[in-house]
Design a binder for this molecule. Structure first.
Ligand code: SIN
Length: 528
């Protein structure tokens, strides 16, 4: 068992984690723990781009207006203003790092700006349809070669080490001292002591059967923060992306919203459009509206999917702007220059998370949360498309500045991980069965449209799973599947608890029992 000492421990290697690491590493010894390879996470899968008021026709005020409007009265206006005003500076930083954004000589910015639902103007800067991958590869290379950054790949954090855990909370409140992390390959658990710990593990799309997220999105940071005593906010607001490819061999393949931004039309199997009867903005309405409209049409007509058609655009345009989607669809026998693309909604983004301030600080001393793991107040009840990578950049930098401004703290020797009372698991089938069961009932009972009864059913099943997994965790050696399942169940519980507390329909939370919107918007905050 090893004991690692760091200035800052970052758990998660998405855009928030990499941005923070690079901003800290000038002066600090940073350790970056990531449960697969460095670039295997949801940030690399982001297709659309990064929203920011770059064009001379645009303004931060217009971007703020669109964000507040999509957020359905629940965005924190101070945070929203602060984040969106920093957008152009954050994009400039990425350009300086070498991100090859798609150019457009006819635009005054020199870059091509695309459009997505809820945006009143073209303001999404991108690298064709693989923005996340390009950004992550550029920053990942710098992280790997930085002498002050140690990357621990294939390590999954088990839990945070806090004053409460160490029995010191009476004298010092609740502080974070680091974390235990399991090496997936050797099975060894390391104890990591750090002056500051940052949760940047992304969201929890894998709570649902159908998701656009990679397998890594198991709510690890949110669950660890919750167990450590952080407040959790607005978990009922799970964003369902309207257009995930519907194909038996295309698990989790997103069709970016910029396809609609560039003129793609949603159609029924008979070729008729349906969005204009649901919203005057039609295909470019915010995501909650489009996903609900698709869900409605599919249920009403008993359809397996609807279709996204952009075949009316010139083939050369489609190949230039959507090379990745063009190739992936072609491999599956769909020619997007000729055929409509079969699509369904799927879980995409966790708008709620660990409550943080403007610098990413949580309720625990020396613990931060950034990116999709955090609830900053920017996304409100429905995140505006392409605001999330921007949030990662802004909070990655802000938390770095906050950490750099602190006087150095002593690192503490911490107890080793105790395996004296556990044995190797005897029945792995319990883990895979419970994973499957959880994701299926969350999809059926806690999806796009909810009712009290469905939520109660889900809550009942979560309670049983929770008991079974806690017993398993207490008796058997940890594995990454067990840790992820434990985190998924906790996150599902937070989603259901939050959904039950909201007695209205607002943004991404829609209940048949409470179809109206209340006059005053209020955050759902859950505390242990
Ligand atoms: C997309 O490209 O449609 C996803 C972008 C986002 O979720 O912000």
């Amino acid at each position: 068992m090893s004991h690692i000492y760091l200035d800052t421990l970052i758990i998660g290697s998405g855009l928030a984690g990499l941005t923070l690491a690079l901003n800290l590493a000038k002066c600090k010894k940073v350790g970056l723990v990531t449960k697969q390879a460095l670039l295997d996470g949801a940030s690399s899968w982001a297709q659309g781009g990064i929203a920011s008021a770059l064009s001379e026709k645009d303004s931060p005020e217009a971007h703020i207006r669109d964000t507040l409007s999509a957020g359905a009265g629940m965005c924190n206006e101070e945070i929203t203003r602060c984040v969106l005003k920093k957008g152009p500076q954050a994009i400039q930083w990425l350009i300086e790092q070498g991100v090859p954004f798609t150019r457009d000589k006819d635009n005054n910015t020199g870059y091509h700006l695309t459009r997505e639902g809820g945006h009143s103007i073209r303001r999404v800067i991108h690298v064709a349809d693989t923005t996340g991958q390009a950004v992550q590869e550029t920053l990942g290379e710098k992280v790997r070669t930085h002498k002050n950054i140690t990357v621990l790949e294939h390590h999954i954090a088990i839990d945070l080490i806090t004053s409460i855990k160490l029995g010191r909370s009476n004298s010092e409140g609740n502080k974070c001292y680091g974390a235990y992390a399991l090496d997936n390959q050797s099975g060894q658990v390391s104890t990591i002591s750090a002056q500051n710990t940052v949760l940047a593990t992304g969201g929890a799309g894998k709570v649902y059967l159908y998701t656009t997220n990679p397998d890594t999105a198991t709510g690890d940071g949110i669950a660890m923060g919750w167990r450590a005593g952080c407040r959790i906010a607005n978990m009922e607001f799970i964003q369902f992306h309207p257009t995930c490819l519907y194909h038996p061999h295309a698990k989790s393949f997103l069709i970016t919203e910029t396809v609609r931004g560039e003129g793609g039309l949603l159609k029924l199997p008979d070729g008729n459009r349906f969005m204009p009867i649901h919203d005057e903005r039609a295909e470019l309405a915010p995501r909650d509206i489009v996903a609900r409209a698709i869900d409605f049409e599919m249920k009403k007509r008993g359809l397996d999917c609807v279709y996204l058609d952009i075949s009316h655009k010139p083939a050369a345009f489609l190949k230039k702007h959507f090379p990745y989607i063009f190739t992936r669809c072609q491999e599956l026998g769909i020619d997007i220059t000729q055929d409509p693309i079969p699509v369904v909604p799927a879980a995409h983004y966790t708008c709620g998370g660990i409550v943080t301030d403007l610098n990413g600080k949580t309720d625990l001393d020396n613990l931060y949360a950034i990116g999709e793991t955090a609830h900053t107040g920017l996304h409100g009840a429905n995140r505006l498309a392409s605001n999330s990578l921007l949030e990662c950049l802004v909070f990655g930098k802000a938390s770095a500045e906050d950490i750099l401004n602190q006087a150095p703290l002593p690192t503490t020797k911490l107890p080793h991980w105790d395996e004296s009372r556990v044995t190797d698991a005897d029945e792995e089938i319990i883990i895979s069965h419970n994973w499957d069961e959880l994701r299926r009932f969350m999809w059926s009972y806690v999806g796009i449209v909810r009712t009290n009864k469905r939520l109660q059913r889900a809550q009942h099943r979560i309670k049983l799973l929770h008991e079974e997994i806690s017993e398993y965790y207490a008796n058997f050696r940890v594995t990454s599947d067990l840790l992820e399942l434990r985190n998924l169940v906790s996150t599902a519980d937070l989603i259901v608890q939050s959904a039950m507390l909201r007695h209205e329909s607002r943004g991404l939370h829609f209940s048949l029992d409470y179809p109206e919107i209340l006059q005053y918007a209020k955050d759902t905050i859950i505390k242990r």
